[in-house]
Every structure is written in structure tokens, then in C-alpha cells.
Design a protein around this ligand. Structure first.
Ligand code: SF4
Length: 428
């Protein structure tokens, strides 16, 4: 079977589609990077915003028009919260909800064995990853799924259910195999990574997992994907004394107004978040502290938005992922009164994004003239000076530089020569 794979949304979705790819390869199937070449197409969908659902519909139609014979399988959060709506998309074939996603390969190939070792196929895997899904020299590793919190805007708990942790031994084995296969960096992903281990018996926690990974594996670089700003045990940031744990924390704040945070049912507030940010900065040199922000949440007044903008400036985040509030089916907030009018949301979103650009540029400018280590990922073009590569520093700054054909998946010292809000230029 020739399979084309695609994924929308979070790194957890990416890590799941990477696992599906390895299982398919281990069972003798072929991964193709051309839609037209596929017998089967699998799309891991996202439901976090209306835009993500729209994207899934347009990709499905595009798959169908490009390859009408292909069997199109739709899985993921959008397929889980609206299976009938997804089944009605032109070209949609099977709809596989999240709780059955782990059996997807067996649904396609009843003879398939999901327990087969899957990492000795890595050279093909990396080639496939380079060909589609956006060249990762970083491997995304699923540590946890689901969430027990009830943030009022969030559809993820509806789509992914309660918090579930993978066994530590499986995670360590996967990361060691990836390191053995040449991956330089592993990214731990989850819906609520901070709750890792709570559901295991005996229970454990994220700090114990990170310590065990750094002790039992040879992975050169370990990154945490996203960490909700609560349930972080004292001393957690001391883990970063190990230089293999990368100085980048993505902690979703969502709003800088306490009144809005209460309506979101977020288990944090301005004072607690500041304390956490200060503790992280004190413990982790060169910390890149990024965040998610929702603008235009129901009932958000001009005063609350101004509070949020000011607070974000004061914390001095280094990168903002800004979302214009999008009511999601089944969430409490979708029924809240005082939904903010579209034009107001749009204007506020633009102002928050502009602030994000200012903050990122200021952060990047601190590195002008400095030499930093960069893990090179993708050749992004060529110019008179030769091939142009893109990669990331250990604190997750995107760097572009000219370099030789074999720069990919190597870590080299790079001097930063120019800075923009979304990336920097360097010489390596
Ligand atoms: S912590 Fe809140 S926003 Fe995050 S996944 Fe859980 S419910 Fe959703």
C-alpha cells in the first residue's frame, strides 16, 4: 500500500502521524510524498480553531481532486468532535476518531503488527519527513494525551478526553532509538505535559521523566513542547542545569487580564504567572519564553484588553502565538454572552501581533554579534553565496545562513549578523 500522510495543528498531531508512518514502514508499506501516487491518504485533523477545521476541509477536497481513486482517511480532533460533518466532506472516506487512532494501521492492513520495531527504518523515515510534513531533524515524541482541566474555550478535552500518560520505559526506548537513528533533538509533546505521570500506577511526574530521559538516552538535545503554567513542582527549573535540556519554554497564558482568565477557567492568574516566569528566568540562562494568547474572548472589554496588552509587554515574552477567539462547538465559552464583534477582535488581534513582533525583534537583537549553536534542518533556497539553510538555536531562534550541501542535521557554531522579528541571519 502506498500511503500519503499529512497533519494539521499541534506537535502532538505531528508526533502521532510520525508514529503511524513508522508503523506503516515496519509493516512493509510505502510512504509517498506525492498525493497522486497514493492508494491511501491519511490526514490528522485539528479542531482548535474554525480556521483549522476549514483547512482540513480544503485539504480533503484537494486530495480528492488530485487523486479521486485514493481512500482518504480522516482522523484527529476535528474528525472526533464532528464525525458526521467530516464524513460529508467531498472525497472523505473513513473517519477514525481519536480513541481508535492508535489502531489506524491495523484498520488499513488487518495483517499489520503494531508491535514491530519501527526505528530501523529511520533513513527512509527521515527522507519521507524531509519530503513532506516539513523537514524535521527533530523528532516529536508523544509523552501524554488528553487533559483533566476544563478551560471554557478549549475543544481539546472534548476531542482527546482525560489525561493519559505513556509508560516511561516506552518513551525512553523511543528516544534512545531515535538518537541511534541519527536524530539530534527530541521534542516531548502532550496535551497537558505538566500532568505527566499522574494517572500511572505508581504515579510519577514530568520532572522524573525528563531526568530519566537525560540519564538513560544519548539524545543531544531535549525540548519540551508546551507547558501549562500550573502544577509545576518547586525546583522543576533546576533540571535546566543539564545543558541538553533546551532553554525554551512555551507556557500558554491565554490572557493578561485576571477577569478574562477567570472566565476562561484558567488555573493561573497574573501574579502566579509572573512568579513562574521570574523563577524560570532566574534558573535558565538565555531562556526563550513564548506563549499563546486568545484575543476577543467573550466579554473582553477594552479595559481588559489593555490590561492584557500591558501585562504581556511587562512579562517580556519572546514570541507570541496570537489567536482571535473562535467559538468551538461543545465548549462552554461558545454560549457565553457578550461575544466580541468581528472587527473589534480583528483590530485587537492585529495590535497583539504587532506587540509580538516588537518583543521578538528585541529578543533577537540581543544576539547580534554573538556565536550560538544551530541545529540545521532545511535547505530553503540558494543565492549567489550558495545554498541557504534554516535551523534553530538551542533556545529556539530560527536562523538562516549559507552553508555546504551536507549541513543538514548538523549542529554548528554560528555568528549572528542580522535580526528580524521572525528570525535572524548568521554566518557558520
Ligand atoms: S489545560 Fe485547558 S487549554 Fe490546555 S488542553 Fe487542558 S483544557 Fe485545553
Amino acid at each position: 500500500m502506498k500511503v500519503f500522510l499529512d497533519s494539521i495543528g499541534c506537535r502532538l498531531n505531528h508526533s502521532e502521524i510520525e508514529t503511524t508512518a513508522r508503523q506503516l514502514l515496519a509493516n512493509g508499506h510505502q510512504i509517498v510524498t506525492e498525493i497522486a501516487a497514493a492508494d491511501t491518504i491519511i490526514l490528522n485533523t485539528c479542531a482548535v480553531t474554525a480556521a483549522a477545521a476549514r483547512d482540513a476541509r480544503s485539504r480533503t477536497r484537494q486530495f480528492h481532486h488530485t487523486n479521486p481513486q485514493a481512500d482518504i482517511v480522516l482522523t484527529g480532533c476535528y474528525a472526533t468532535i464532528a464525525p458526521q460533518e467530516v464524513a460529508n466532506i467531498e472525497g472523505a472516506g473513513r473517519v477514525v476518531v481519536n480513541k481508535h487512532k492508535h489502531q489506524l494501521v491495523q484498520m488499513l492492513d488487518p495483517q499489520a503488527h503494531l508491535s514491530l520495531p519501527v526505528f530501523d527504518q529511520e533513513p527512509i523515515m527521515r527522507e519521507f519527513l524531509a519530503g513532506s510534513l516539513g523537514a524535521h531533524t527533530r523528532a516529536f515524541i508523544k509523552a501524554q494525551d488528553g487533559c483533566d482541566n476544563k478551560c471554557t474555550f478549549c475543544v481539546t478535552t472534548i476531542a482527546r478526553g482525560q489525561g493519559q500518560s505513556r509508560h516511561m520505559g516506552d518513551i525512553i526506548a523511543e528516544i534512545q532509538a531515535l538518537a541511534g537513528a541519527g536524530y539530534q533533538e527530541g521534542v516531548l509533546t502532550g496535551v497537558h505535559l505538566g500532568s505527566y505521570g499522574r494517572d500511572l500506577s505508581p504515579n510519577t511526574d514530568l520532572a522524573t521523566l525528563v531526568r530519566a530521559i537525560l540519564h538513560h538516552t544519548d539524545i543531544a538535545r531535549l525540548r519540551l513542547s508546551s507547558l501549562e503554567p500550573w502544577d509545576i513542582p518547586d525546583g522543576f527549573f533546576d533540571l535546566w542545569q543539564n545543558p541538553r535540556l533546551l532553554p525554551h519554554l512555551h507556557m500558554p497564558l491565554q490572557s493578561g487580564s485576571d477577569a478574562v482568565l477567570r472566565r476562561m477557567a484558567r488555573r493561573t492568574n497574573r501574579a502566579n504567572f509572573r512568579q513562574l516566569a521570574d523563577a524560570a528566568r532566574a534558573a535558565i540562562p538565555h531562556l526563550n519564553l513564548s506563549t499563546d494568547l486568545i484575543v476577543g474572548f467573550p466579554g473582553e472589554t477594552a479595559v481588559e484588553f489593555a490590561e492584557s496588552l500591558n501585562y504581556v509587554q511587562q512579562i517580556g515574552f519572546t514570541r507570541l502565538h496570537v489567536f482571535s477567539y473562535s467559538p468551538r462547538p461543545g465548549t462552554a465559552a461558545a454560549k457565553f454572552p457578550n461575544q466580541v464583534p468581528g472587527p473589534v477582535k480583528k483590530e485587537r488581534t492585529r495590535r497583539m501581533i504587532d506587540l509580538g513582533h516588537e518583543l521578538s525583534l528585541a529578543f533577537h537583537q540581543q544576539y547580534l554579534g554573538q556565536t550560538v549553536n544551530v541545529l540545521w534542518e532545511t535547505a530553503v533556497g540558494a543565492d549567489s553565496a550558495g545554498l541557504r539553510w534554516a535551523g534553530y538555536t538551542d533556545n529556539y531562534i530560527r536562523v538562516t545562513a549559507n552553508g555546504p550541501a551536507d549541513l543538514g542535521n548538523t549542529i554548528t557554531p554560528t555568528q549572528i549578523t542580522a535580526a528580524q522579528s521572525d528570525s535572524v541571519w548568521g554566518v557558520t
